[in-house]
Ligand binder design. Sequence first.
Ligand code: ACO
Length: 425
Amino acid sequence: MGGTHFAELKIDGKTFKFPIVVGTEGEKAIDISTLRKETGYVTLDPSFANTGACCSEITYVNGECGILRYRGIPIEDLAGKKLFIEVAYLLLHGNLPTEDQYKQFSILLNDHSLLHEDMRHFFDGFPRGSHPMHIMSTMINSMATFYPNVDTLSLSEDIDTTATRLISTFRTMAAFAYKKSIGEPPVYPRSDLSYCANFLNMMFDSPVKPYKIDPEIVDVMNLLLIIHADHEQNCSTTTVRTIGSAQVNLYATISAGVSALSGPLHGGANQAVIEMLKKIHSGGHSAAQFIEMAKNKNNPLKLMGFGHRVYKSYDPRAKIIKEATRRILKRLEVKDPLLDIAMELEAKALSDSYFIEKKLYPNVDFYSGILYRALGFPTNMFTVLFALGRLPGWIAHWKEMVSDDSSKIVRPRQIYTGRTLTHLE
Ligand code: ACO
């Protein structure tokens, strides 16, 4: 970081110097924080494809080389090898937990796993068929009314308790929302089960059909949540940082992150992929026809689960999920025709000049839905699972932002292109 090097900008015959900032992995940026003050100009970068919004120590993504690391550790060393709550701890605190820290974190997660009993009745107020992502963002926002001390939360107060409560109850609420949607009674968390086993049990246990916990399914649940745990300044994390910069309470901030994630161009793509694959399967279009439609500029349709703002090579998360999907489907003896269609689409797209030239590869959402289906999750829960995984990442970014003394409220500029002064007659 920091600068003995400068970039020069020439405007109207005058030269201005701006420091060059270099990250620990060699990423370079021009620090233009004094640009407007010095030159009167602002930059114009709609959708921020060329803008570094902050410096961050949490996650490193290299889209050209397909690299993803949490706190310096490659995703390949974490997914399938660590527990989700260990990775959550890593993101929140900077290091994997020691044995004692792990124990302490597990106790806290257990202590905060119950949803406030009064909140349980909220589920009755949503119309049948409500999307669980809408329910989740509403429920999380309402937590500030049950735990109002969060309004005055500062780093010296108990952020860890709030973060733990969120990570633990999000899981409980997600399972309750699902149970409500199918008209079954909620299943409460159990102190003898691990984080993921507890979640699976709350989702699938029923008074008439006890859920049998399968350690291999618990492992894959851990893997899936780890894969989604953080991805630096994506749309929902940027939302969290933006809203959080106004010093909004953490619940409202995370609720906004959930809303951002629900969009089909972001986390909602995992649901959209399955809908696309089902359409192809039901005979609407062949894989080849679908690819042609996705390439057509006049057709708004896209190949869902393909392309990424940052990855211009194979998304490392998609690689891990594809392998896990094949393994689990085999293990569960599930023959899902959607997997064959997905693989056919992938093969066709990766040999098509349109996708090759634009560097469009499968992203994290391309295969995850097929795996969720095999585990028994309904399609409308897929994005909730993404959010459950992403929660520690959002909170880690929020924590990093509020602990940075130089953080200010996010407030971009614009270039006004409307009417000039127009008096009323
Ligand atoms: N199918 C067909 N064409 C595509 C696709 C796709 N999936 N993705 C990008 N393109 C095309 C664009 O139309 C554009 O073409 P052009 O240069 O002729 O205008 C070109 O590839 C570049 O794409 P951009 O739209 O500039 O890429 P951007 O970074 O803005 O968007 C995004 C990335 C939103 C992920 C996009 O690729 C997309 O919509 N993909 C499908 C939805 C999806 O899978 N989203 C999940 C992303 S991962 C996540 O958020 C968790």
